[in-house]
Design a protein around this ligand. Structure first.
Ligand code: HEC
Ligand code: HEC
Length: 444
């Protein structure tokens, strides 16, 4: 009996030792736990891979809106090819900020582009690019002949990816997560032969819709317009916000400029209410008819479809966004010694780290603040259920600066942001400390 008990103890000790060894070999307890469930790490990676494909190419069925309803595909084709109007040449497409993924172009097309032998004035070339699925975030659907566009849809990449311009301006390798600050969404929507879906939702005439869209300009979109119908700020400027990056978001609690919710919340919101994909969505906060008159009237807080092309994709889409790290700036783009001094200001007398907590650079925990805390007006905060602004994560902040800083781009440079805080928080920073702080921000 005693020897059996001793043997059992020995087996148990061996099992514990083997377990610990496995943990050490795998480098972490988490890796071990994943193995325990059977190829968890592989599963995680394949989820990211699926998410990438969804982020880049999934329209969630939104061609029913952008093509079938707005008829944008007809405007792209132009009258000569069976559509309406002048058509959208590659030159026009690039001018409104659309991007071309060079990796999706066959070698002969790349060579022809390099040699300047591609006709960039012909809408037929745009159709060929769409057929190659090479226009970032825009998906063409062709009829049986393969010659005509039957519809067109959009994907997340339209606004949250750009290219590195390695082949030509607007043509190059994809940069997922980088906001497309060249993209003129308002101008693109304005091309639509049928704006009735907007006029009837908002209850205004076409001229008004066009005026609002013309106010957006490059790099902006208004995710709240279809909820509250507000096209302009009280000072007359557009109510649209900048398109934010979709990188550097791992570890960030609430998302969007005003903290609407988590990544899966916002992804469901956008896919259903902004892209007009086909899915299900719930948010009773949108029933508030005072704050969200348009959404409450249209029942946007309770969207149901018997077919749901969105919900099943949220896990992979989430995993992919969490995998997108903030890009690191080129070391030659800032003064390293000044940045080091600036880091001490950021974490010390600048008080920046009290909200932008390194290394995630948003508050760990509840990451919202009142407009008064950062000395700005409450217009955009009041368009959200929170009434607050979310502390922006700062990784790669200098790399998406085109269009300015803060939700509406009110500060043109990082220097302007720092001098705003200097007076708002009565920091009393010297000009040297302020410029060091800017170099530090440029290094993030
Ligand atoms: C038409 C342009 C457009 C499209 C398409 C679009 N977004 Fe956005 N996205 C925006 C804008 C503008 C905001 C800022 C909204 C706000 O704060 O009110 C935003 C915010 C976000 C945020 C919050 C970022 C942060 O810093 O917290 C995430 C995440 C995001 N979008 C992911 C997606 C995903 C995933 C898709 C596809 C399902 C998508 N977006 C489609 C324009 C777009
Ligand atoms: C009270 C919390 C708080 C403090 C303190 C604070 N910030 Fe912010 N920060 C925010 C919030 C909230 C935003 C978003 C404002 C908006 O989008 O309108 C923001 C935005 C920014 C942005 C703009 C990012 C972008 O992509 O547009 C920069 C840069 C920035 N802060 C740097 C700093 C620096 C430098 C300091 C210290 C001098 C600092 N912040 C102190 C809360 C804070």
């Amino acid at each position: 009996m005693r020897s059996l008990a001793r043997r059992l103890v020995a087996v148990f000790v061996l099992a514990v030792v083997a377990t610990l060894a496995a943990i050490v070999v795998n480098g972490s307890v988490a890796a071990f736990a994943d193995r325990g469930k059977g190829h968890g790490e592989d599963r995680g990676q394949s989820l990211v891979k699926q998410g990438k494909a969804i982020f880049r190419d999934d329209t969630f069925g939104d061609q029913a809106f952008w093509g079938d309803a707005l008829q944008l595909h007809k405007a792209i084709e132009g009258a000569n090819l069976g559509g309406v109007g002048a058509g959208v040449s590659p030159k026009t497409a690039l001018a409104v900020g659309l991007k071309v993924d060079s990796k999706r172009l066959p070698e002969d097309v790349v060579k022809a582009l390099q040699a300047g032998k591609v006709d960039l004035d012909d809408p037929a070339t745009t159709l060929a690019l769409l057929k190659l699925n090479a226009v970032v975030g825009v998906k063409g659907f062709f009829d049986d002949s393969g010659q005509h566009l039957s519809s067109v849809g959009i994907t997340c990449a339209l606004c949250h990816s750009t290219v590195d311009n390695s082949l030509a301006t607007g043509i190059g390798k994809r940069l997922d997560g980088w906001p497309n600050r060249d993209l003129n969404v308002g101008a693109i929507i304005s091309l639509a032969p049928n704006l009735t879906p907007f006029t009837s939702l908002l209850g205004v005439d076409e001229a008004t819709v066009k005026k609002v869209l013309a106010g957006w300009g490059p790099g902006r979109f208004d995710a709240e317009l279809s909820l509250d119908g507000k096209g302009f700020r009280p000072d007359g400027a557009t109510a649209a916000t900048l398109i934010p990056p979709a990188y550097g978001l791992a570890g960030v609690n609430l998302h969007t400029f005003t903290g609407w919710g988590s990544i899966p919340y916002w992804n469901a919101f956008v896919a259903n209410l902004e892209m007009h994909g086909i899915g299900n969505f719930t948010d009773p906060r949108l029933d508030d008819a005072t704050k969200f008159p348009v959404a409450a009237r249209a029942g946007l807080g309770h969207v149901t479809h018997s077919e749901d092309l969105i919900t099943s994709k949220l896990p992979a889409l989430h995993a992919y966004q969490l995998s997108l790290r903030a890009p690191k700036p080129d070391p030659s783009s800032f003064d390293a010694a000044a940045a080091e001094r600036g880091k001490a200001v950021f974490n010390g007398p600048g008080k920046c780290a009290s909200c932008h907590m390194p290394p995630v650079f948003t508050d760990s925990g509840w990451n919202l603040h009142t407009p008064a805390e950062i000395c700005v007006d409450s217009f955009q905060a009041d368009r959200s259920p929170t009434g607050m602004y979310r502390t922006t994560p700062l990784g790669g902040v200098s790399l998406h600066g085109q269009g300015g800083y803060y939700h509406d781009g009110r500060f043109k440079t990082l220097g302007d942001v720092v001098s705003h805080y200097n007076s708002c928080l009565s920091l009393g920073l010297s000009t040297g400390q302020q410029s060091d702080l800017v170099e530090y921000l440029k290094s993030l």
